[in-house]
Design a binder for this molecule. Structure first.
Ligand SMILES: C[S@@+](CC[C@H](N)C(=O)[O-])C[C@H]1O[C@@H](n2cnc3c(N)ncnc32)[C@H](O)[C@@H]1O
Length: 362
């Protein structure tokens, strides 16, 4: 019964640190924003006072309903009630059920979204749905295995308040053999297909092995900033976010305040993004395409950047998050401006993506 309702919800918290796209938007102040929807946590916080439109595209209707819910909680709830509703620290995801039900029934949602989400919440007795996506549930398994393999001090790396001490611990006392065994066990195509992607896992073209790709990403997270500041590491070690430091940018007071006051029109498009942009009915000046192109192959992989041109305003900024596969695509008419944003990318709190920023230069 439960599975039926969740089948379309792959992402509920999401797995990207959207602070990169948000900081770019604060510099560029685009008017017409286009974004892959995903959990909504990667797309709704892109709003700002000067944005006229935000168009969310997804193949999954359920993801679009979830984004509609997220938007309502930003616009209709205080920041404190927003945190309670989603079960973000200092609230937890498995209590406040009656207050969450009260808040849910007070929200202005389209009736199909209300019907779907109401069924979901009744299914889970109005606990938060933050960790119930297929991806988040898979990482709950990762966290359990991590605790077993890493031993009693499994989360020591998450408990430093000083980066120098954290790096010293990581380089001298961190259970590295166990950690490498964990990444060998879980960080591979067979495991991800078995646990989540059922054969649809990305066909890697990164020159790094799966092991090196994941090991290097975690190495950056453990040596660039405090581990406890990465919501992704909280998911890896605890299956949930356990402290204020770990709360992702979507739930910050600043993000809530910015979306709360914005008058941006939001459009939900249940359609393949390439088809939508190729039709050229609307043009956009900022596009956040997540890691979707890393799932592409063949002609679509080669041509998608050319195909989306009818949907782009001159000077439009496109952000790709390449995951294990850097799309082999024709980039004629685009300038790679990633270099001008290296600082932003260095502190991104997931580090699993090769983030590329392009400017459309027709
Ligand atoms: C690969 S996931 C990434 C989600 C994201 N990491 C997050 O944190 O929410 C991208 C989302 O894009 C959707 N998607 C996949 N292919 C798409 C396409 N061609 N056009 C639009 N959406 C697509 C999926 O349904 C999923 O919700």
């Amino acid at each position: 019964m439960t599975q039926k309702y969740f089948s379309g919800l792959n992402y509920t918290l999401g797995n990207e640190d959207t602070s990169v796209e948000i900081e770019l938007i604060k510099k560029i102040l685009p008017k017409k924003i286009f974004s892959i929807c995903g959990s909504g946590g990667r797309s709704i916080p892109l709003m700002h006072k000067g944005a006229l439109d935000l168009t969310l595209s997804d193949l999954s209707q359920e993801q679009l309903y979830l984004a509609e819910l997220r938007l309502s909680t930003y616009r209709e709830l205080t920041h404190s009630d927003f945190l309670l509703f989603w079960g973000y620290f200092p609230y937890s995801d498995d209590n406040n059920q009656s207050r969450r039900r009260e808040l849910f029934t007070s929200l202005k949602l389209s009736s199909p979204a209300y019907t779907f989400l109401s069924q979901v919440f009744h299914e889970i007795q109005f606990n938060s749905l933050l960790y119930l996506g297929k991806w988040e549930s898979t990482f709950a398994v990762f966290a359990k295995v991590c605790r077993v393999i890493m031993g009693s001090e499994y989360d020591r790396i998450m408990r430093f308040d000083n980066l120098e001490d954290q790096i010293y611990y990581y380089q001298h006392s961190f259970p590295m053999k166990r950690w490498k065994a964990l990444i060998h066990l879980l960080g591979n195509k067979a495991m991800f297909n078995a646990l989540l992607y059922k054969g649809d896992f990305i066909k890697k073209n990164s020159p790094l092995s799966h092991f090196d790709y994941y090991f290097n990403a975690y190495n950056r997270l453990f040596t660039t900033d405090l581990a406890q500041k990465s919501f992704f590491l909280h998911l890896c070690f605890y299956g949930k976010i356990k402290s204020l430091h770990g709360v992702p940018v979507e739930a910050s007071e600043e993000s809530h305040g910015r979306v709360h006051v914005s008058k941006t029109d939001v459009h939900y498009v249940k359609e393949d993004f390439v088809t939508h942009l190729n039709r050229g009915l609307n043009q956009y000046d900022f596009l956040s395409l997540s890691d979707v192109p890393s799932y592409f192959g063949g002609d679509l992989e080669r041509d998608f950047m050319q195909k989306i041109k009818p949907g782009l305003l001159p000077g439009a900024i496109i952000v790709l998050r390449n995951y294990l596969r850097s799309p082999e695509s024709n980039l004629e008419g685009f300038i790679d401006i990633t270099e001008s944003h290296t600082k932003l990318l260095e502190f991104e709190k997931v580090q699993m993506y090769e983030i590329k920023v392009y400017k459309f230069n027709p």
